[in-house]
Design a protein around this ligand. Sequence first.
Ligand code: UD1
Length: 420
Amino acid sequence: MDKFVVHESQLSGTVKVSGSKNAALPVMAATLLTDSECTIHNVPDLMDIRTMIKILEVLGKKIEFKEGILSVKANKSKSFVAPYKLVRTMRASFCCLGPLLAKRKRAKVALPGGCVIGARPVDIHIRGLRDLGADIFIEGGYCQAKASQLQGAHIYLGGQYGSSVLATANILMACVLARGQTMIEYAACEPEIECLASFLKKMGADITGEGSPLIRVSGVKKLTGCEFVNIADRIEAGTFIAASLATRSNISIEGVNPFHLTSVIDISKKIGAEIIIEKGGVISIKPNQKLRPVNITTLCYPGFPTDLQAQFMACLSLANGISLVTEKIYPDRFMHVAELNRMGASIQRNGPYSIIEGVEKLKGAEIMASDLRASAALVIAGLAAEGKTEVLRVYHIDRGYENIEEKLRKLGAKIKREKQ
Ligand code: UD1
């Protein structure tokens, strides 16, 4: 296992954001909808992407992945089983269910189970697929589904915490080959869903309304292969914005669509930064020396993303006053609070709320990463803290950030990877 050793740093320069992991994963699953070749550009080389490659190979795809270009061809096997040993390492693999069912008429996908950020049920996925006429049952830890021909339907996808990104992806991939029209109400509006819809349209699907809560789909008989460019990772970009704020460093971020970051830029300005969108979409951030406290509520897109809550909490722990963070998507996603407090932050968690009393300085410590985004928050805290910080269990960060320490080092960060 690796750890990061981090020292207080001042950042400067420009960083280029990688392709989005959360957009690439459903797009990769969507290649199951055709037997023709698909080529996807701008795919980040990450553990989760490698896991999805293994799952697609088990499901009978032949894959080449080199320098961010992923080519997916059909192999002979037409398996419909996504095994637990792969699915348990990555929840996004559950979005193979919809395309398998649509194309191969059967699917057996392991139930992913909970994870450190909460229970994470899949009831919305199952409800939506049942509405399309699938026969679904759970047995032996697997979700098994059958449908000789999915039928278009009017589907409401709202859940207790709003819309669901991967359930929307699953249903969208299932209904593109269904007979007749489908209306998905309370669809997730995230850019990753828009990206998936663009990919499906390039394959020949008939979709309108993606990016809004109402998506309309007219089923088609067949989809073909295509060449596609994946979007950039808005969460990686937001993580660099948080790093810039916490270390009060001027940096620029390129390669990402600034419109995917409106809520994050808005909050960052309130915390105290001049943010300029330059020609070509480069985001340049100039934080004030004194950070202001703000209240952040995580919400579905276009609200503030839960995947940036931990990183911004690291910034707010250094603000000049009291901030309130309300987690509306994963009410238990606060594993980073105890670790930040070990570094001298003053954060009190109460249910889905955390009250953060800003401190003058954080102090380096040995701290434990608990999940992907929490790990990024701890690295940011380490860059802003006095002395040496050791972030243990960085395999979490490797799941979602491509070459994070190299990118940070290029910006001037004092960070190195060592064996734990
Ligand atoms: C995706 C992202 C993840 C992000 C999350 C919310 C990927 C690979 N992952 O996860 O990084 O944090 O969106 O933006 O894209 N829910 C149910 N029943 C369901 C499904 C979800 O109750 O069947 C709940 C969840 O527990 C959560 C909320 O709905 O409280 C939103 O989850 P969802 O949007 O489904 O998250 P994912 O798509 O799994």
